[in-house]
Design a binder for this molecule. Structure first.
Ligand code: HSE
Length: 310
């Protein structure tokens, strides 16, 4: 038996909600898991890049037991007191890796749901989310990859994930600006301080509250105020040259509501109200061209659906 699961890309943080807010995008990875019939054939992992022009970006992804999809599936087997013996895992990727678009969460969630189906569904959503978050280290990409839409999540001390889906005003559009270089999440987290000034914590606390209220009340002016951050973006500027210039320059473009780093970067998300597309692209391209960085622009809606079994 073989089970395949399609899981969306995600963008985490969304400005003030570091390690908490996230949204899903209509770009997908598909993970297939099958129990091979030949005893002793072991674990086989194949990774297929469906964007043929960028084969090289997957060259460093491990295909042994250190692969994150395998590690997540192993935890699920352990949860039911077993260990995986003969498994074939196939990962088909469309989501660019190391850009802040949740490619790792997408395959972790896909692999777990597929393996859970294969095992006869021993784990419920709560257990699967908890295992996925343990592997990923934070729940902000995991939750929207699982359930779609826009979410707030919290990884609680007991290992469980508490989440809620938030509403989205479809008049607000997303422009995802993807630079042509990779930024490893571990490196991007390593530049963050262990402690932050109280004023920065208060700044983000207020803005997270504004963010949630702006979504419920569809208040564009409040969202403009909310999409600011002092906990991670300022520290990551050195890894994403041009970030603060882009954020500041886009503020003056008619139609722009706010600009944030996608997860750990380096992609940037511009939330706008439907006008000013040409100017947004011009500002981002000009800033990144200065650093010899090419930009791929994707104008996408939020993916309302999460992971689906094919
Ligand atoms: N919240 C995470 C971070 C998302 O910003 O490091 C990246 O996986």
């Amino acid at each position: 038996m073989k089970v395949s699961v399609k899981t969306p890309a995600t963008i985490a943080n969304l400005g003030p909600g570091f390690d908490s807010f996230g949204l899903a995008l209509p770009l997908y990875n598909v993970v297939s898991v099958e129990e091979t019939v030949l005893p002793g054939s072991g674990i086989e992992i194949n990774i297929i890049n469906e964007k043929n022009n960028e084969k090289s970006e997957l060259a460093d992804v491990p295909t042994d037991k250190t692969n994150i999809v395998y590690k997540a599936i192993e935890l699920l087997y352990n949860f039911i007191g077993q260990v995986p013996n003969e498994l074939k895992i196939t990962i088909k990727t469309q989501i660019p890796i190391s850009r802040g678009l949740g490619s790792s969460s997408s395959v972790i969630v896909g692999g777990l749901i597929a393996a859970n189906e294969l095992l006869g569904r021993p784990a419920d959503e709560k257990v699967l989310m908890s295992i996925a978050t343990e592997i990923e280290g934070h729940p902000d990409n995991i939750t929207p990859a699982f359930v779609g839409g826009i979410t707030m999540s919290s990884w609680e001390d007991d290992g469980s994930v508490v989440y809620r889906k938030l509403p989205w005003n479809d008049d607000w559009k997303l422009m995802v600006c993807i630079p042509d270089y990779e930024l490893n999440t571990e490196i991007s987290r390593s530049v963050l301080p262990k402690e932050v000034p109280m004023s920065s914590a208060i700044h983000n606390l207020k803005r997270s509250a504004m963010f949630v209220d702006a979504l419920y009340s569809k208040d564009e002016e409040l969202l403009k105020l909310a999409l600011k951050d002092k906990l991670h973006q300022p520290y990551r500027e050195k890894l994403v040259p041009g970030l603060s210039d882009i954020i500041n320059n886009l503020k003056h473009i008619n139609g722009v509501i706010g600009t944030v780093l996608c997860g750990a970067g380096p992609a940037i998300l511009v939330i706008y109200n439907g006008i000013g597309v040409g100017e947004i692209k011009e500002v981002v391209s000009n800033s990144w061209n200065y650093f010899n960085v090419e930009t791929n622009f994707l104008n996408l809606p939020i993916e309302k659906q999460g992971a689906v079994i094919l």
